[in-house]
Design a protein around this ligand. Sequence first.
Ligand code: C2E
Ligand code: MG
Ligand code: MG
Length: 587
Amino acid sequence: METETEKLFRVSSAVGEIQNNICRAADQQGLLTAILDIVGALVLILDKDGRVVYFNRTCEETSGYDFLEIKGKCLWDVLTREEDVESAKVNFEKILKGNYPAAYENFWNSKDGSEHLIAWSNTALVNEKSEVTYVIATGIDITERKLTEQRLQYLSYFDSLTDLPNRTLFYDRLSHVLGHSRRYNQMFALLFLDLDGFKFINNSLGHDMGDMLLKMAASRLPKCVRESDTVAHAGADEFVIILPLLERVQEVSLVADKILDAFSTPFYLDVQECFISMSIGISIYPDDGDDIDTLLKNSDVAMYQAKVKGGNSYQFYNADMNSSALRRLKLENNLRKALEKNEFVLHYQPKIDLNLWSVSGVEALIRWLNPQFGMISPVEFVPLAEETGLIIAIGEWVLRTACAQAKHWQDIGHNGILMSVNLSARQFKSQNLVLSIKNILKETGLAPESLELELTETVVMDDAEKAIKILREIKNMGIHIAIDDFGMGYSSLSYLKRFPIDCLKIDRSFVSEITTDTDDAAIATAIIAMSHSLKLKVIAEGVETDGQLEFLRALDCDEAQGYLFSKPLSSDDLKAYLMSKKLKSGK
Ligand code: C2E
Ligand code: MG
Ligand code: MG
C-alpha cells in the first residue's frame, strides 16, 4: 500500500508536471483545476511574496475558507498557527533561495477553530533567470494519524483504567532512580501496595464496580506524595511507589501513614458506601537490595507481612522475613507438581458416637509428604492451594480418594461409617462442585448417604443466600453436611435455621479449655443446647482428655473426635483400628 509520504511525493510531482504544462496549454486550465480538486491532497500555489494564487477544494474543506476569501492573502496571516508563523516565514525564505526543506509539518488553524496538522512538500517554479515565481505546496492532513500515534504512545506507558504510569514506565523510572542513587550515594524507598480484600469486592459487587473502586483508589495515591515521586499501577489491585532522594527513613513512614489515612474515608460506588484499606510493604535502597529485582521482591515480602498482620498497615522489610517468604515461594512451586508426583496422602481420624460408643465415621485429612520439606501440615499448604486455585484439583483428588476408600471399607464389611471430607471456600464456590461430586460418587460407587461434607461457618456465611441454594442441591442428593470449627466465625442464627445442615462441630479451641475456662464451657454448653433444639447433631473436635469427654457427655454431646480416641491414621492403621473395635478410653 502507498504510504502517506509516497502519496505526497506522487501528488507533488504530478502537480509540478501539470503546472509546467500550463504554459503550453492554457486552455487546459479547467481540466487542471478539476484534477487538482480530486487528488485528495491539499494543493496550493503561492506567489513569490507568499500570497495565495491557487487553493484547491481539499484546502477549502480543511481550512473552511473559500478560495476567493483567501486569494491574494499571505498564507501565514490567515491560516498558520500563531506559534508556527515565524517558522513558516523562515521556511518560505529558504524555498525562495532554492534551499527548501523537502518535507515538513505545521499546523493550520481552520475557520471553525480546529487545528490540523499538515505534512507539506514544496516545489518551486523558476523563470528563465532562475528566480522563483511560484511555490507549489502539496500537503496531507495527518491530524488523525498523529492523535492515534500519541494515544498509542500514551497507552504503552500509562494504564488506561487508572491513568497512572504502567509497569513499563515504572521500571523505566525505577532504573533511572536506581542509577542516580548509586551515582550520588542516595537512599530511595520502594513501596508495594495491595488493596485489602479487593477480591471480595470484585466478586460480590461485580467487575465494573471493582474497576470503579480501583480508579478511585488510584486517584487518592498521587495526593499523598510529592510530584517528583512515581505512583504506578502494577496490575490488578497492586500499586507501586518510588520515593527518590530520601534523607531519612522516617520520611517513608510519613508517606505510608498519609496513604493509610487517605483510605480511612469511604469510597462511594454509586450510592454504596465502601471502605477499603491498603497493605504496604517497604524496601529501602541500598539497605534492602542493590538491584531492582531484590528491592521489588523484598517490598512484596514486607507487604505480605503487613497482610498477615491483618492489613491496613505498613511494614518495613527486614531480612528475617525472607526465610518464611522463601519457604512459601518454594512450597508454592512444589505444590504445583505435588498431585502428579503423588505426594498427597489421606489420613483418617475416627469420630466416636458417645451413645453407642462406637466409630460412627471418619474425617479425611490431607497430608503432603514432600521429599524436600518432609511432612507439611494442611494448615500451611491448604491456604496456599486456595490462593493459587490449586485447591480445586487437590480437593477433587481428596474427594475421589476418600470416597473410594469408604467404598472399599464397606466392601470388606465395615458398614455404617460416614466419610467426612473438608471443603475449602474456593471449592465450595466453584461452578462445577455439584457435578464433580456427582461424578465422583458415580465413579467410586459410594452411596451419597455415606458421605459428609464439612464446611466452615465463614464459608457458608460469606454469601448465605447462595450457600443455601448450593447446600440444598447437595443435601437433596442425600449427602450429609456439617459446619466445621463452629463458634469461630460469625453465624447468624436465623440463617443457621435455614441451612439444610445435619451437624455442628464445636471448634477445638472451646473444647481444649472446657474444664478450666468457664467462658469456653458456657459456649460449648450453649452450642450443644442450640444444636439439639435445631435438631442438629453436635460433635466436639479436639477431645484430648477424659475430663473433657466426661464434661461433654454430661452435656449430652452426640459425638466426639480427638487424640483421646485416635490421631488421624493412615488407611491401613485405620483398618486395624476398626478391626480391634477397642476404644481407648473406657466408659
Ligand atoms: P479441621 O477440619 O478442623 O480438622 C481438624 C484438625 O484438628 C486436624 O488437623 C486434626 O488432625 C486436628 N485434631 C484432631 N483432633 C485433635 C486433638 O485432639 N488435638 C489437637 N491438637 N488437634 C486435633 P489437620 O489434619 O492438621 O488439619 C487442619 C485443617 O486443615 C483442617 O481442620 C481443615 O480445615 C484443613 N484440611 C485438612 N485436610 C483437608 C482437606 O482435605 N481439604 C481441605 N479443604 N481442608 C483440609
Ligand atoms: Mg474438618
Ligand atoms: Mg475443625
